[in-house]
Design a protein around this ligand. Sequence first.
Ligand code: KG4
Ligand code: ZN
Length: 358
Amino acid sequence: MALVLGIESSCDETAVAVVRDGYDVLSNSVASQIAKHAAHGGVVPELAAREHLTALIPTLQEALSNARVTLSDIDAIAVTQGPGLIPALLVGLSFAKGLALGNNIAYVGVNHFIGHIYGAFLDEANRALEDKASYPLLALVVSGGHTSLMLIDEHGQSTALGYTIDDAAGEALDKGAKLLNLGYPGGPVMQKTAEGGDPHRFEFPRPLTGAAGKPLAEENRYNFSFSGIKTALLYHVKKYADSEGRLPESLLKDTVASYQEAVVDVLTRKTLAAAKDTNAKTIVVAGGVACNSVLRERFEKLTPPGVRLRLAPRKYCTDNAAMIGGVGYHYWKRGEFSTFDIDSYARLPQITRIPFLA
Ligand code: KG4
Ligand code: ZN
């Protein structure tokens, strides 16, 4: 048996978790800073770093206490190394190094993006990750920072098929909500506002789908683009806004429903086309935007029979440390740990191997 302590601080959630044998989440503590950043309409990196500094120790204490363990029971520490906001990452990474050194525990830096994919497999009994029939596995990671499609084969080789060439889908929802004065973060508030609205009343663009008579260049077959949807919203607001620059209540619901529909339509259409092209046996949908009910229902409706759909459980969609601890377990199994000289990284590096497979 192995107990891994996961630590996550890449953005605005301070998270610590205890994971047993890679899948059983004994505790999953998350201290959200959303209220602190909401006034700024987005995450302020230095503010995030300072908040991590004060939240890490109480969050660690809570995670250990909820799991009914102490630091002396922990076999390894897994910490988010990147990608993310550097000031925020540095706090978590330094904390993990100190904890590892002070308690003589091995530690490993984990990729946050891979963590999101892993989140779809936590808490599970049947261990689909280790089942060869699950591959090729196509993962859509869709969050505030990412919108990427990654294909993983049964040997753990991974290929980045596509990514966003401008904004991430979550960013498009966050910026859209800001434009409409709905608050932060945009994803959940857009979903709520859209309820009961007509998603087909307004036609927002579907960039890089070959729609609107624009042929799709082969290199963009699996790429995404969301900045055009946001610009279309800006013009839409200009056209319909009242003298105070606000949309009348009668139009707001339908506008938000139509905007959300454009994002959901692009994400599902491109992912399902990629799954077909690559003969994927499993589709994983993970990351904060995977919380979205309309997106989840659409994938459930459109995923063809014979393809397994794994929507990450909602609590493991948004940033958490259980997904980091889970990935860390697979490093522990192989005795692969980090040295104390590792640094944080802001951008997603090229990933050619996924460490949760042999
Ligand atoms: O994974 P995450 O917590 O952080 C990043 O790694 O970026 O994702 C945060 C993103 C935000 O853009 C937020 O608006 C979006 O996830 N989000 C949602 C929902 N809940 C969170 N988007 C759509 N619908 C939701 N229910
Ligand atoms: Zn994330």
